[in-house]
Design a binder for this molecule. Structure first.
Ligand SMILES: CC(C)(COP(=O)(O)OP(=O)(O)OC[C@H]1O[C@@H](n2cnc3c(N)ncnc32)[C@H](O)[C@@H]1OP(=O)(O)O)[C@@H](O)C(=O)NCCC(=O)NCCS
Length: 171
């Protein structure tokens, strides 16, 4: 497994269309860490994602939305938010990710999160907060694999689910 990470560019249109299509075919209506990809023209999305790394957005601060590749294959998306307010960290979490359905259960998300924690370390964050639904065993295991400790559980009445928040200490 040889993972590499980079920001999207305008030539990734078809790659990302396929990525989204795979999720839809798998019965998933939304794609985690895609930052509104399905809701705006691709060129605009690419511009926005690249701008987010240098010009902080109102709520999100600087964010890094990376495409994750194993060799040439797009494996996943990773969204790292290093400047959320303390309140928003406990709502949205500092990091989001998705792995394309055909590539799951191969250890990719665990490796992607390890990379994201390294990015947070470079940004001098002391810890990382991650949220996931309690029934999302795959995401919870990904977090625990990276040293995450359950810090909070609360009911999300809108979704009728329980949300969990984990903390990873960044040394
Ligand atoms: C969550 C997600 C990113 C995990 O990706 P992945 O590449 O399959 O994860 P990994 O292969 O690194 O596996 C991580 C752990 O989860 C476990 N796991 C993965 N899929 C699982 C499943 N469907 N059921 C139970 N456990 C599962 C793995 O066995 C592993 O645990 P282990 O190390 O204790 O054996 C992927 O399922 C996904 O994209 N889901 C939809 C988007 C999403 O939920 N994002 C997170 C939002 S909070």
């Amino acid at each position: 497994m040889e993972l590499s990470f980079r920001l999207p560019d305008i030539n990734d249109d078809n790659l990302l269309k396929d990525y989204v299509r795979e999720h839809h075919l798998n019965g998933e209506t939304s794609v985690s860490a895609s930052r509104g990809l399905c809701h705006m023209p691709f060129g605009e999305w690419v511009k926005q994602i690249n701008k987010n790394t240098t010009f902080p957005q109102e709520i999100w601060g600087k964010t890094y939305t990376y495409l994750c590749f194993d060799c040439d294959k797009l494996i996943g998306l990773l969204d790292i938010r290093c400047e959320l307010s303390e309140n928003d960290r406990w709502i949205y979490g500092d990091i989001g990710y998705s792995v394309c359905p055909a590539e799951r259960r191969k250890g990719y998300a665990t490796k992607m999160l390890a990379f994201a924690v390294d990015v947070c370390r470079e940004h001098k964050m002391k810890n990382v907060i991650l949220g996931c639904y309690k029934d999302n065993i795959a995401s919870a295991r990904t977090i625990i694999n990276n040293g995450g400790v359950l810090a909070k559980e609360c009911d999300n009445y809108k979704k009728g689910k329980t949300s969990q928040y984990y903390i990873i200490d960044v040394y």
